[in-house]
Design a protein around this ligand. Structure first.
Ligand SMILES: NC(=O)c1ccc[n+]([C@@H]2O[C@H](COP(=O)([O-])OP(=O)(O)OC[C@H]3O[C@@H](n4cnc5c(N)ncnc54)[C@H](OP(=O)(O)O)[C@@H]3O)[C@@H](O)[C@H]2O)c1
Length: 278
């Protein structure tokens, strides 16, 4: 039986993918921070006769230590992992800078560091599967934001937008670095931008942005079940290259600063040193 690990697997796109794979007889380990959402997923799994294959793992992925504990939990529960799908995200576009207990800026920690720790941490479990895939669900192809090399925690000139956009760019580079570092790995790393999808994401935005985003979702966004279809196709039949990037069904050229290999390796080493101290 295949095993799929999904962060943010209790809501939005992650939950859509969790239900998709549960319907297909796969074992799904869904990670989220809210127990009630985990329980709701398990209840839904029971209605499709998948209760025995659905697992909820509660973890606060803003914490590097908790993410490492999650890696250990998954490794002890599964001899191999076929797919790792990285969806956990909480946008903080406004408000003051928040720092985690370990000293990392919130967006950097949740949207980027957790994905770094999980991808690298579960590499051996993934490499034990016949056709392993990591899908990093983020925003490749959006030409905004940059890595603030001199101040990645944005301690000096913080804005929520800057931090969010930096995490987007860091995730593009994460996939490039993963493929560059592991030349012989069978893992296919896919950076994936789902486009605008109607999830509960706006619920966490402040007003009036919440209302505006919900209105634009009503007019323009794809539904979760529709958005999941091309994602599952890619997850089941990933391209041959170690790293690829997509915006919905369109494959993106790996050109420009977003996919620069020297920057990717620079960020990898910087991240390695940062989390070594935790
Ligand atoms: N929706 C879109 O239009 C869109 C567009 C482009 C890219 N994306 C990307 O797609 C991915 C999924 O987005 P979505 O819209 O499906 O999000 P969503 O509906 O807001 O779901 C977010 C998920 O992340 C989990 N999460 C949040 N904080 C967490 C934490 N500290 N620890 C563990 N889990 C946490 C949430 O569970 P809890 O609430 O229990 O913590 C939830 O399961 C994100 O990476 C996003 O950037 C989305």
């Amino acid at each position: 039986m295949q095993t799929v690990v999904i962060t943010g697997g209790t809501d939005g796109l992650g939950k859509g993918l969790a239900l998709h794979y549960l319907r297909r007889g796969v074992r799904v380990l869904a990670v989220g921070s809210t127990p009630a959402k985990g329980e709701a997923l398990l209840a839904q799994a029971a209605t499709i006769s998948a209760a025995g294959r659905a697992v909820f793992l509660q973890a606060d992925l803003t914490s590097v230590a908790a993410t490492r504990d999650l890696v250990a939990t998954v490794e002890s529960a599964c001899s191999s992992v076929d797919k790792l799908i990285l969806c956990a995200q909480r946008y903080r576009l406004f408000g003051s800078r928040t720092v985690t207990r370990e000293g990392f800026e919130h967006s950097f920690a949740l949207a980027y560091l957790s994905r770094y720790v999980l991808g690298h941490g579960l590499r051996t479990a993934l490499e034990s599967a016949p056709q392993p895939v990591i899908m990093n669900v983020a925003t490749p192809g959006v030409p905004l934001g940059r890595i603030h090399w001199d101040d990645p925690q944005l301690a000096r000139r913080y804005s929520g937008f800057k931090a969010t956009l930096q995490s987007f760019r860091a995730n593009d580079l994460l996939g490039v670095a993963f493929a560059a570092l592991h030349a012989d790995t069978p893992i296919r790393y896919v950076g994936y931008n789902p486009g605008m999808v109607s999830t509960g994401m706006p619920d966490h935005l402040p007003q009036p942005l919440r209302t505006l985003t919900k209105a634009s979702f009503t007019l323009l966004a794809t539904s979760v079940p529709k958005a999941v279809t091309p994602m599952a196709r890619l997850l089941d039949e990933p391209p041959g290259e170690r790293f690829s990037a997509y915006r919905t069904t369109r494959r993106l050229p790996l050109k420009g600063p977003a996919f620069d290999q020297a920057d990717a390796l620079r960020l990898h080493h910087l991240t390695h040193d940062l989390i070594n101290a935790v």
